[in-house]
Design a protein around this ligand. Structure first.
Ligand code: AMO
Length: 442
């Protein structure tokens, strides 16, 4: 057979011998002519086979017809034939008249999931679920988004790092920590690259980024939590405040959204009826205390159990930013020290507040960022106030004892960004293979 052509390239190819490879989406096995819709990663095409008859009208020996009659949906095969452009063919205006079929692997005839299967069932059969073009498009969009972020980082001299995910101690908090056996002792799965991305600053790297897994032993079943997620992190030196971090954060998101709009805007509109909006800069910024007042004025009182914004508060402040600025993003800034980690720098004149922010996108937090405390004596003091064991933190404190520039950065959940960009109902839909309290397979 001739060399494989991607289905998306058929329209531009000339009529004549052609070969395509993919999986069977549907078979229409009619008396006179058979049709197969074959899909690959780039599109779908109709294959046709007019059955062969003897002069007396009885069916002749016809190996291709027999193969088609036995084809189960999902079978992967290579098909060779004659490409023909024909405006009457609804699917792409081309069809292939078959002269050979080579089955790579036949599928079992019964498909275990259908379009209306439950989310859980679909996740059990994720590889079949991902054959649906809309579900696969999420990951093409993710590729484009991350590529744009990487281009920004590389163009701006950021260095890519890969920090270890096996750690001797907690990286964020003692809660939500996975402990694993590690030879004679114990290790912990990294909740964030926090400490080691900061280490790149005294290492003199200047600016770094990392895209990698993070683990949280969070038992909750919400639409936005996973026990393993991909964290998009960046950290850089010589900032004056968290304002510099927010600026880079905005520029990265503009680059990401612009690339997604350019490459997939039409498809996203057609499949989800969503217009991708490239955010304008600067994004709205609201100190947390002010945000709570705004939300209260809208009739929602954030519960006082901790000083943080709760999910309903996030939805409310996002709605406010949309109404007031027509913006899908809003930075909540100046969180109280009481609810922020010890490593956040505090306001110069008011240690009760931190140089930190959360970024809310379409009603949900997608990121936390901050200026870090780089003065080791202050850092030790802040750790002590949080009741942390200085011995356990000694390796981290060493980063600050031998010279370190002022620095800051943020961590952002990749699947959350995708979920909110595409208005997906659950983070599972924006994760290749979701991990939650009751899901470890496939
Ligand atoms: P934080 O804990 O806020 O900050 O996490 C940063 C972002 O990671 C995503 N995220 C999650 N996504 C899915 N499931 C989870 N269980 C989950 N937990 C967190 C969210 C969140 O906003 N070290 C700091 C970041 C920094 O300051 O640089 C940190 O980890 O999108």
């Amino acid at each position: 057979m001739t060399e494989r052509t991607l289905i998306k390239n058929l329209a531009a190819a000339s009529d004549g011998p052609i070969s395509v490879s993919g999986w069977v989406e549907t078979v229409r096995d009619q008396k006179k002519v058979q049709f197969v819709v074959l899909r690959d990663e780039s599109g779908a095409v109709q294959l046709v086979h007019p059955r062969v008859f003897n002069d007396d009208g009885t069916p002749a020996e016809d190996a291709i017809a027999e193969t088609i009659s036995g084809l189960a949906q999902g079978t992967f095969l290579t098909a060779g034939g004659e490409l023909k452009h024909d405006e009457r063919v609804k699917l792409g205006g081309v069809e292939i008249k078959l002269d050979a079929i080579d089955i790579a692997a036949a599928a079992i005839p019964e498909t275990p999931i259908a379009e209306d299967s439950s989310g859980d069932k679909r996740m059990d059969w994720r590889f079949l679920d991902l054959r649906v073009p809309k579900n696969a498009l999420v990951f093409k969009i993710q590729t484009t988004f991350l590529h744009a972020l990487r281009t920004y980082w590389v163009d701006n001299d950021f260095i890519e790092i890969h920090t270890p995910k096996l750690m001797a101690s907690a990286s964020e908090s003692k809660a939500e920590l996975f402990e694993v056996d590690y030879f004679e002792g114990k290790a912990y799965l990294a909740q964030s690259p926090q400490f080691f991305k900061q280490m790149a600053q005294p290492a003199g790297f200047g600016k770094i980024f990392e895209v990698g897994p993070a683990f949280r032993a969070d038992p909750s079943f919400t639409s936005r939590h996973a026990t393993e997620f991909t964290s998009v992190d960046t950290e850089f030196s010589w900032i004056e405040s968290h304002e510099d971090v927010m600026k880079v954060h905005e520029e990265l998101l503009v680059a990401g959204f612009q690339a997604v709009k350019d490459k997939h805007g039409d498809e996203i509109k057609a499949l989800w009826d969503i217009d991708i909006t490239v955010p304008t800069t600067p994004f709205p910024r609201v100190p947390l205390a002010e945000a709570k007042r705004i939300v209260a004025e809208r009739g929602y009182e954030v519960p006082r159990t901790d000083d943080d914004m709760d999910p309903e508060g996030e939805r409310q402040i996002s709605a406010w930013a949309q109404e007031t600025y027509g913006h899908e993003f809003v930075f909540l800034t100046d969180y109280a020290s009481s609810i922020r980690p010890f490593y956040h720098m505090r306001h110069e004149g008011d240690p009760s507040l931190t140089n930190s922010y959360d970024l809310i996108f379409n009603g949900v937090e997608i990121s936390t960022g901050a200026q870090r405390e780089h003065r080791v004596d202050v850092l030790i003091e802040q750790a002590a106030q949080k009741g942390l064991d200085p011995e356990e933190l000694d390796f981290y404190l060493d980063f600050f004892r031998y010279g370190v520039p002022p620095h800051g950065g943020f961590g952002m959940g990749l699947s959350r960004v995708l979920m909110l960009m595409l208005h997906l109902p659950n983070i599972r839909e924006a994760t290749y293979l979701f991990r939650g309290p009751t899901r470890l397979t496939p």
